[in-house]
Design a protein around this ligand. Structure first.
Ligand code: FAD
Length: 126
């Protein structure tokens, strides 16, 4: 009677949470990333396309990445690229296309005291 039922997470919920993480990472990405940070951005997206917890989404996203290789030469480039690939997914789901010139108004840097959440890039070696 009190059988424990494992909770199910909805695909939409995990999608919204993942896009929030990805757009926030892009907003917080350094203007002048190091080579390692550029590699990390590419690897992150490749890992998402393999480990994303919805197989059909992951398989589709692999194709999206193949057609649109990660562009992470700067913060602006990475956030515009993220917006573009999110729109590719939106289009395939019949969702509204988001105007990418508004991406900085929708997704900002984290509000941390004295920019303590900012990553160091190539240009700001302490
Ligand atoms: P979401 O698409 O989750 O967007 C969240 C918010 O981001 C929106 O409310 C809007 O304010 C903003 N936003 C929307 N578009 C953009 C943009 N282009 N740039 C910046 N901000 C934007 N679901 C499937 O059913 N099939 C799939 O194949 C699939 N593949 C996915 C692949 C990945 C990598 C991810 C992260 C998610 C995938 N999803 C997939 C989930 C899907 O994209 C949505 O997250 C989910 O359907 C919920 O949609 P939503 O309308 O609430 O808004």
């Amino acid at each position: 009677k009190d059988a424990k039922v494992a909770p199910l997470t909805h695909k939409e919920e995990v999608g919204r949470a993942t896009w929030m993480l990805l757009h926030t990472i892009a907003a917080q990405f350094p203007d002048e990333p190091t080579r390692q940070q550029k590699r990390d951005a590419k690897e992150l997206m490749a890992l998402i396309s393999r480990l994303y917890p919805c197989k059909e989404c992951a398989d589709h996203f692999k194709e999206v990445l193949k057609a649109n290789p990660v562009q992470a030469g700067s913060q602006a480039e990475f956030s515009q690229w993220m917006c573009y690939v999110h729109n590719v997914v939106n289009r395939s789901l019949g969702k509204t296309i988001f105007p990418c010139q508004r991406v900085n108004a929708r997704w900002g840097k984290l509000d941390c005291p004295e920019r303590s959440c900012d990553l160091e890039g190539a240009n700001d070696i302490m």
